[in-house]
Design a protein around this ligand. Sequence first.
Ligand SMILES: Nc1ncnc2c1ncn2[C@@H]1O[C@H](COP(=O)(O)OP(=O)(O)OP(=O)(O)O)[C@@H](O)[C@H]1O
Ligand SMILES: [Mg+2]
Length: 239
Amino acid sequence: MIKIENLSRSFEQVRALDDFSVEIKRGELFGLIGPNGAGKSTLMKCLIGLLKPDKGEILIDGENAVENSISVKKRIGYAPEDPVLYDYLTGMEFLEFITDLRKVPREISGEKIKSLLQNFGLEGKANQLIADYSHGMKQKISLAAALIAEPDILLLDEPTNALDPESIFWFKNHLQQLCESGVTIIFSSHILDTVEKICDRVGIIHRGKMVACDTIKALRRKFGGNVSLEDIFMHLISK
Ligand SMILES: Nc1ncnc2c1ncn2[C@@H]1O[C@H](COP(=O)(O)OP(=O)(O)OP(=O)(O)O)[C@@H](O)[C@H]1O
Ligand SMILES: [Mg+2]
């Protein structure tokens, strides 16, 4: 359903994405890992239409995501690595604003907001200004905003970095349930244990190129059997 073909994007001398291709099926939880500066966030920004690729194509169910960026954006929930929030709104006001923006009917938005706040352990903070939230709370509200309109594609850029263990536990299970119901997820992370545990397939990106892409099982077979994702990662990026 997501087909990325020969995607390239440079920033002056830096080739952030270099002929990058991948296909991700509907309902897949796809892990994207790679060193700092490898191109993970650039890829997500191209997918959501925040950056225009220099070359290549992004097709979502056959629809060109660059040419039809508005219709594609409606289907995507995006949680950037640095959450974009409004400090002068409370958590509740921010989620109400997002549900209005994404046209979630008022009859159901209240329940949705309540249950997400509860699942992320933020119900006691709903009426506090986002400016006064901790780092982890800001990440939680950004994730809640990405999930709230029940998009069929989720782009999650290092979503669990600042979360506490209880929230990570809930969030990992929730993502797996979403995939079972047909949601497609791209999940970038430096937490390789989490990626190894929850992702169906993993892509390893290095200097803008995909250097390996397969299921954990198949990657293990390729790299000698009894190896961890960390071993595979270290081997590939040391080249
Ligand atoms: N707006 C920009 N202007 C100039 N260079 C940029 C810009 N955005 C990204 N880059 C460069 O593109 C490369 C890829 O960056 P990107 O943010 O995609 O990496 P990343 O894999 O997400 O890294 P990290 O793990 O640190 O988040 C880096 O060399 C970065 O410096
Ligand atoms: Mg990044």
